[in-house]
Design a protein around this ligand. Structure first.
Ligand code: NDP
Ligand SMILES: Nc1nc2c(ncn2[C@@H]2O[C@H](COP(=O)(O)O)[C@@H](O)[C@H]2O)c(=O)[nH]1
Length: 316
């Protein structure tokens, strides 16, 4: 028997009676770990999306962020962010170099507010060991573990000690995991299953194409949404600008791409060029306006309203 599974483009949300006089009255704020953020959406912890300046930009705009983990001096990053009065949110891997970086953080007396364990399939023994280690050594940090794509995996990560779980395997724009390994789950099904299985917040990661997909992820039970390509191509994004025939683009590459790895080994990502779009400021405003509108269609005043909406599949 085959299960039929759904992606963001396969479903829509059914409108309810609006109870606000203006979309401005709809509150998009979310309490996530020790802090409250303006939006339940943040940029992927990828080297082509965020760098230290991007992270500072998001933090100063009241948005959550997570720095990537590639060739990173996490001690310097955490120290700099906290010296500026901002929160520190870092990513780590599962290998011995991560143990060394964590020991260096402890030696420097630094505690990041947020730590994200970032591997392709966190439902594995190496991730379990690292999650238990981080919870023991950094009990004051909010630990996000990912990625996973099933209810059983989500339950395990919660049991191992994760404070939040990032769900989404092989749904990203620069992902080639599904082509190379045959493994993938569409996002609506992934998020619904994972969010129903655990009590900790679930982050829906990857596959956001339209702004309305954010509302669909939240309607499935996600507390936060992570997106890469949505935030690529702006002045504030980390990728390099490329000019071709007088037109400007920015690089967007996968964390498991040859470009990011520096070698062709276990490559599960690719590099693409995305249209250069100038300043990110307008995007942040528009994303908030669109989500406020979604909340109004959901018949509520805050993000909880989206959890109550009906979801339909449109026959094609
Ligand atoms: N969200 C997604 O769908 C995906 C995301 N990514 C991103 O790409 C980056 C690289 O991910 P990842 O390859 O996990 O990290 P790493 O390349 O850092 O690998 C982490 C460690 O785990 C081992 N490992 C990785 N995959 C497996 C596996 N399938 N079975 C057994 N051991 C494994 C590796 O050993 P060895 O290399 O020797 O196997 C390595 O020692 C991350 O940022 C991740 O988020 C990558 C693919 C999918
Ligand atoms: N299979 C791969 N997935 C990757 C890689 N690098 C990052 N990612 C995941 O994609 C999302 C972003 O997706 P988008 O659709 O919003 O662009 C990111 O957060 C990671 O989870 C990779 O090399 N291979």
């Amino acid at each position: 028997m085959f299960n039929t599974e759904l992606n963001y483009g396969d479903v829509y949300l059914v409108p309810r009676k609006t109870v606000v006089d203006s979309r401005k009255q709809c509150d998009t704020a979310i309490q996530f770990g020790p802090r409250r953020f303006d939006m339940p959406l943040y940029a992927s912890n990828m080297k082509s999306v965020v760098d230290a300046e991007t992270c500072e930009y998001f933090a100063r705009h009241g948005w959550f962020y997570t720095m990537h983990r590639f060739n990173m001096d996490i001690v310097g990053f955490v120290r700099d962010m906290q010296a500026k009065g901002l929160f520190a949110s870092i990513s780590i891997g599962v290998n011995d170099d991560t143990l060394e970086q964590l020991a260096a953080l402890q030696a420097a007396g630094l505690v990041p507010e947020y730590i994200t364990l970032d591997v392709a399939n966190a439902w594995c023994v190496k991730a379990e060991r690292m999650i238990r280690h981080v919870k023991q050594q950094f009990p004051g940090s909010f630990l996000i573990g990912g990625n996973i794509a099933t209810a059983d995996a989500a339950r395990d990560l919660q049991a191992w000690g994760c404070d939040a779980i990032k769900a989404g395997i092989a749904g990203g724009r620069v992902c080639i995991t599904k082509n190379k390994t045959g493994f993938h789950r569409p996002m609506i099904s992934t998020v619904r299953d994972c969010a129903a299985a655990v009590t900790v917040p679930v982050i829906a990661d990857g596959g956001i194409v339209e702004h309305g997909d954010v509302a669909k992820a939240l309607a499935c039970g996600a507390s936060m949404v992570m997106a890469g390509s949505l935030f690529a191509g702006y002045d504030e994004s980390a990728g390099e600008i490329v000019e071709i025939n007088g037109k400007h683009y920015k690089e967007y590459f996968g964390s498991a791409s040859q470009f990011n790895k520096g070698e062709y080994k276990n490559v599960e990502g690719k590099k693409i060029l995305v249209e250069y779009k100038g300043s990110m400021a307008r995007l942040l405003v528009e994303l908030k306006e669109d989500l406020q509108s979604s909340i109004s269609y959901a018949g509520g005043k805050d993000l909880l309203a989206l959890r109550a909406v009906e979801m339909i599949i449109v026959a094609r």
